[in-house]
Design a protein around this ligand. Structure first.
Ligand SMILES: O=c1ccn([C@@H]2O[C@H](COP(=O)(O)O)[C@@H](O)[C@H]2O)c(=O)[nH]1
Length: 266
């Protein structure tokens, strides 16, 4: 099955919501946990244990695991495995982007079936040129995995690069068009976009985009589920809204986490 097919099946059953697993120090403190590998593991795996059967997609943010060194990466491997066991999909938020053999190595790290860090999809930065992502695009197609390419990120600073003119269209629009062309060419629709839910006008038209659109920025950054239709119009049914702190703040109790998920699913 392709990533697009698995995503469609899982979101049809559980609703189109991605929950970020970002165990940063404030969350660990609020959960009564220590800011170390033990706290990281209890928090991240506790999230999947509590709501793994309710959420379609989880998005661990790699930075919060990397900060704890190799032991943190080992926790990330276990979290990715927990997500698989729970029947949910994983998007590993690593925002990779490099050239040639380095990009190929990143692709193999996250997209190969044999990799301990394999995820259903990863996030990629296209700013070394969209075509520099080719090793990841090819491997994702080969292994039935997905890629979310940054088009218009949720942060206010992103506009200085993403809204710059790229020959009569914004850089963000160029990325949208390149991803759409690749999906059309492959027929797998494995390439998604990242477009933040925090801009009244994202500066790119995704109305005819033919893949999934990951929408971070819901909750703590000010984006709302109710506001998505006015931003994305007819693309709204392709959206995968994503919230991390908004859900994690409901923990550590299972009831609090379930309630936070249900209020976002509506
Ligand atoms: O444009 C982007 C791309 C990625 N992110 C990541 O999503 C979460 C957001 O966390 P919240 O607590 O829901 O604000 C975080 O991991 C970011 O690195 C993003 O925010 N915007």
């Amino acid at each position: 099955m392709t990533y697009a097919e698995r995503l469609a099946t899982t979101t049809a059953a559980r609703g189109a919501l991605c929950v970020g697993i970002d165990p940063h120090p404030q969350i660990l403190q609020a959960w009564g946990l220590t800011d170390d590998v033990d706290g990281l593991e209890r928090c991240a795996r506790g999230m999947v244990e509590a709501i793994g059967d309710k959420v379609a997609v989880f998005k661990p943010q790699s930075a919060f695991y990397e900060v704890h060194g190799s032991a943190g990466i080992a926790v990330l491997e276990r979290v990715l495995d927990d997500i698989r066991q729970a029947g949910a999909l994983s998007i590993l938020d690593v925002k990779r982007g490099d050239i040639g053999s380095t990009m190929a190595a990143y692709a193999r790290a996250y997209l190969r079936e044999e990799s301990a860090l394999r995820a259903d999809a990863i996030t990629l930065a296209p700013y070394l040129g969209f075509e520099s992502l080719r090793p990841a695009i090819d491997l994702a197609h080969e292994t039935g995995r997905g890629l979310y390419v940054l088009a218009r990120t949720s942060n206010p600073e992103g506009g200085e690069v993403q809204l710059a003119d790229a020959g009569g269209r914004s850089v963000a629009q160029m990325v949208v068009d390149q991803a759409a062309e690749e999906n059309q060419r492959s027929g797998q629709y494995a390439i998604g976009l990242v477009v933040g839910g925090t801009h009244a006008d994202p500066g790119c038209d995704v109305s005819r985009f033919n893949g999934s659109i990951l929408v971070p920025g819901i909750g703590a950054q000010g984006g709302t589920i109710d506001g998505l239709r006015s931003i994305f119009g007819e693309a709204t049914d392709r959206l995968l809204p994503s919230a991390s702190r908004q859900v994690m703040q409901g923990g550590p109790s299972r009831e609090g986490l379930v309630q936070a998920v249900e209020s976002l699913l509506g």
